[in-house]
Design a protein around this ligand. Structure first.
Ligand SMILES: Nc1nc2c(ncn2[C@@H]2O[C@H](COP(=O)(O)OP(=O)(O)OP(=O)(O)O)[C@@H](O)[C@H]2O)c(=O)[nH]1
Ligand SMILES: [Mg+2]
Length: 425
């Protein structure tokens, strides 16, 4: 096998219709991952169906409903290469009804491109996605200010949007002065591969070369092996094939594994990445694997695969540090919203509000508060309504973060700091 470039998982995030899928399709085209005749075919078909200009988005939007509605619904993975990396890109939906799919996508990413349309600027899901990206542990971000053609490649508009975005990302902990802001038009192709004469005032990198400024993610291979399941297929002649991303440790052929909380044991027969068989999978690898001894219906999205001698931890209860992002009134004991953690979505109950913290210093402001409000940070005790895997942030940070959602919005985000484990066997 040729020497592989380092691998990066890249999420493309941002508000609905700001051009995420078009940007991904355009990058795939410019890097040669999608040939021109495919785009041309999509262009003709989209135009004939009243969906003109969606030819690049269709590279990513394959579902019938996605193409008819002109929106992304579920996440899709594609591969493309730059000079330095090979990327698995996850195109996320911007629609507010599909934020749960965006969370699944973002939870697998090492880095993100935030796409913001220049005419609109910062919108609701721009804010929500930035907050979630940070919560889900994405530390590297590039900002593409798209649809610059619609504002006549105006430098002043670019700077206005850049200013608003700088304030936004700073609030959640990214450093604006270390972040690249790139004026692009995905539809027209300006500043994607090379710098366009339309923006003589812009002195930075084009988008694709900018991706090579990302730092290679460190690989936690010394930790116990963990892979949260994203989907499970049953392939005739092969058997049960779960897919997902290795978060920590190493998966090897022949390994004895346990899926929790399904509480099922199996053995790894083969591992595949991008349609090629590989002998072992490392952190960051998005793989499908064939597992002996498990039927398709026995495991599902949200289960976590780990070695049978150190199986994933199932929580009976856990202690968490959270920040309340937005709650219409007061959050109290007994509240049971949905917790999104790695690939699981599980309703969990707030059992105890132990302390309110000063969000800036982390010091205790109040013991046993009666309620929490928007902006509060707190230590709380949480009980899942059904068995769920979560790990201590100190041991396995990749599986210790979560977002809390209810009524179509993100209520809070947090991390697990202690676990009362459930005895499974
Ligand atoms: N003028 C112009 N239109 C663009 C540009 N990029 C995308 N569009 C158009 O914006 C519309 C939405 O593009 P998509 O790529 O589907 O947007 P999205 O962000 O993936 O949308 P969701 O996945 O539904 O959140 C399409 O009509 C695109 O052709 C651009 O650079 N300039
Ligand atoms: Mg899309």
């Amino acid at each position: 096998m040729a020497v592989e470039k380092p691998h990066m998982n890249l999420a493309v995030i941002g508000h609905i219709d700001h051009g995420k899928s078009t940007t991904v399709g355009r990058m795939m085209f410019e890097t040669g991952a999608v040939p021109a005749h495919i785009i041309e075919g999509y262009r003709k078909e989209a135009t004939s169906k009243g969906k003109a200009t969606f030819e690049f988005a269709w590279v990513m939007d394959n579902l019938k409903e996605e193409r008819e509605r002109g929106i992304t619904i579920d996440i899709a993975h594609k591969r493309f290469d730059t000079a330095k990396f090979y990327f698995t890109v996850v195109d996320c939906p911007g629609h507010r009804d599909f934020v749960k799919n965006m969370i699944t996508g973002a939870s697998q990413a090492d880095a993100a491109i935030l796409v913001v349309a220049a005419p609109d600027g910062v919108m609701d899901q721009t804010k929500e996605h930035v907050f979630l990206a940070r919560t889900l542990g994405i530390t590297q971000i590039i900002i593409a200010i798209n649809k610059m053609d619609m504002v006549k490649f105006d430098e002043k508009r670019f700077n206005e949007v850049k200013k608003d975005l700088s304030d936004l990302i700073k609030m959640v902990g990214y450093k604006p002065e270390e972040t690249l802001f790139i004026p692009i038009s995905s539809l027209g192709g300006q500043n994607i591969k090379t710098i366009s004469p339309e923006t003589p005032w812009y002195k930075g990198l084009a988008l694709i070369p900018a991706l090579d400024t990302f730092k290679e993610p460190s690989k936690p291979t010394d930790k116990p092996f963990r892979l949260p399941i994203q989907d499970v297929y049953s392939i005739s002649g092969i058997g049960t094939v779960p897919v997902g991303r290795v978060e920590t440790g190493i998966m090897k052929k022949g390994m004895k594994v346990t899926f929790m909380p399904a509480n099922k044991d199996g053995e790894i027969k083969s591992i595949e990445m991008h349609h090629e068989e590989i002998p072992q999978a490392l952190p960051g690898d998005n793989i499908g694997f064939n597992v002996r001894g498990i039927a398709k219906g026995e495991i599902r999205r949200g289960d976590v695969c780990g070695p049978s001698d150190i199986p994933p931890t199932v929580a009976d209860e856990f202690t968490a540090q959270i920040v309340v992002l937005q709650h219409p009134s007061a959050l109290t004991v007994g509240y049971t919203p949905v917790f999104h953690c790695h690939t699981t979505q599980t309703a969990c109950t707030f059992m105890e509000l132990q302390k309110k913290l000063d969000p800036r210093t982390g010091l205790t402001k109040e013991e046993n508060p009666a309620f929490l409000k928007t902006g509060d940070a707190a230590i709380v005790v949480i009980k899942p309504t059904k068995p769920m895997v979560i790990e201590n942030i100190k041991e396995l940070p990749q599986l210790g973060r979560f977002a809390v959602r209810d009524m179509g919005t993100t209520i809070a985000a947090g991390m697990c700091i202690a676990i009362k484990a459930k005895q499974m066997r």
